[in-house]
Design a protein around this ligand. Sequence first.
Ligand code: ADP
Ligand code: ZN
Ligand code: ZN
Length: 720
Amino acid sequence: MTHWLSVAVQTPAHSAVAGPLTYRSELPLTPGTLVRVPFGKREVLGIVWALADSPAPGWSEESSRAVSGALDGVAPLTSAWRQLVEFSAAYYQRALGEVALAALPPQLRDLSAVQLARRLKPRPIKSGAADADGPAKLSDPLIATESIALNDQQTLALAEFESKKGPFLLFGATGSGKTEVYLHAVANLLARDARAQALVMVPEINLTPQLEARFRSRFAPLYGGGAVVSLHSGMTNPQRLKSWLAAHSGAARIVLGTRMAVFASMPALKLIVVDEEHDPSYKQQEGARYSARDLAVYRGRLDGAKVLLGSATPSLESWHQSRPAGAGDPGGRYVRLVMPGRIGEAGFPKVRRVDMNHQPMKTVFSPPLLDAIRARIARGEQSMVFLNRRGYAPVLHCADCGWKSECPHCSAFRVFHKIDRTLRCHHCGFTERVPRACPACGNIDIAPLGRGTERLEEHLAELLAGETRPDGTPVRIARIDADTTRLKGALESQLAQVHSGEVDVLVGTQMIAKGHDFRRITLVAAINPDGALFSSDFRAPERLFSLLMQSAGRAGRDAAFITAGASGSEMWIQTFHPTHPLFEALKQHDYPAFAARDLREREAAAMPPFSFQALVRAEARTQDVAQGFLNAASAAAQTELAALPGFDAVMPRITLYGAVPMSVQRVANVERAQMLVESGSRSALQRFLAAWHEVLRQTRSLPAHKGLIRWAVDVDPLTI
Ligand code: ADP
Ligand code: ZN
Ligand code: ZN
């Protein structure tokens, strides 16, 4: 007997077939089964999406193709998983097959059935041996194997978590013991339910080894080495397949991962933790531009899993969503758990603002900041200085003729990297050796303008020359940014140097401010954070506040390292706007005050979370073509969609802005434009986008827009 199946396969973005394809099969395959099917001239991996009673209209047994085979040994994907994928594809405006197949480990797509069967064969387990693929052993005495007794605020937070349904936002200061609460929540779950699985997400790959070590040391003794697996893009394909299969089979009880892990197949998922939930890296920035944090909350509902978001500086979305009920306001959907105090003696660092208006022109390090750093070097404490710009100088400049190191392919300057004497474009990668003389006028006196971390490090080395540590040896300065950590393992070894105390002053980009547990650092300085105060991006202040709070949280994490008689840990801000409310709130360590003010402004301006946005981006050889396409699709929306049933209620709730060039409008000789769509109603926006997709596709096929290279929709964009 012939069965008709709809099968999700990877189809090109924006192709006419967005949904699953129809195939036939002699066997009645269960939905969720992985199959291999013919597709064009190839055979590809597919997922049985549904069983159909009859073929799609116009299809017959002769014209349709048969499933080549099912992947035996891999259980079907659950209905909750398929619903998650279906929702993601619809919500983020991508093809179902694209999202579904991208959510599987690459090797599952690429291995033949025979190769896969070989991988699935159980290998003999060496008795007592730890998992060979485990993380490098961190011989940190502070990583406890045994459970730590929770303090009062942790106990209260955990009790509320256990007694309510959630979703939860754990608002806990840096070092308040959030991770310990996650560990206990997971421990309780696994002890209570012999099958249950937990998913724990962190924003950065760099943070997974620390976290994995903590989870592994706690849970491997109880549940075996295979109980904890990681899933992130820094793993090799065989490792990823192995982790994925362990999660899918239920053998892995805990999956630790980055945003991609939100799609891990976990049939007994009962808990999802999203650590540092405010972090922008939870948003995928290509293909289906999903927010793993938002999907985690949705997935919790589908799987019946509790969701715990945690942060010291929550996203304003989550903060708003967890607001308590007030007069005339039923409150948010999330339960807010609060842990204000830090563990142990460690107090909050004192925030010191340096008014740069009172410093000589072109001051980079103000004298009081320098003195504070010197004092720490003399005491054997560490300082961290950050500046959000890498390279030596953002521009090279000729004072004679005005030439600047523009990138010939982008509307951006090439950055001067002194170390290898190159000019590098950070947008397209175009790199050249620094010219000996001005390419325009021949002047040999071309000079760097502004500064990046490389120059900052050099400058600091001059200023601190002659300083010595308590043992009489010269001061040691190190830099960590994307340039120094390009090689695999470089970041780990540089971090290890900082941890071991070999470094006295660490210079870097915001990369050093994230999550790392620098116990000996007692001073953090932001050299020039003002840019974000007046940015055109309405989320810039939120990101700055979070960055500064988080970096302040790096300081003084361990009271034991603050020497007797010292002034305690400090966060220094050099600013031309010392009385700005953002810095006032920072000084008080008062996230709620910052959030309340920023949310009031957003409400007044009808910005998210009080409205919902999508961006359509278009790329072409000229701005005219890119913008022309967007404006034409916008005009077509007004005329064509208005006629659809029910859209008389939708269209008035949608605002379509005109097409504008993107902030870096040309990259690698491609012009980029964008158009903002806004609505006070998420569902109206979703209905509009779903219907508009077809209009965009048709507009694109018109001869007038022949020069268009690509277009894509970004729902809930993080940067505008
Ligand atoms: P957060 O995730 O909020 O930054 P952590 O959970 O990492 O905080 O805790 C900070 C430090 O305090 C860690 O070294 C952790 O082991 C320790 N810690 C956490 N909870 C306790 C506790 N109840 N008793 C003693 N030490 C704790
Ligand atoms: Zn010149
Ligand atoms: Zn370029």
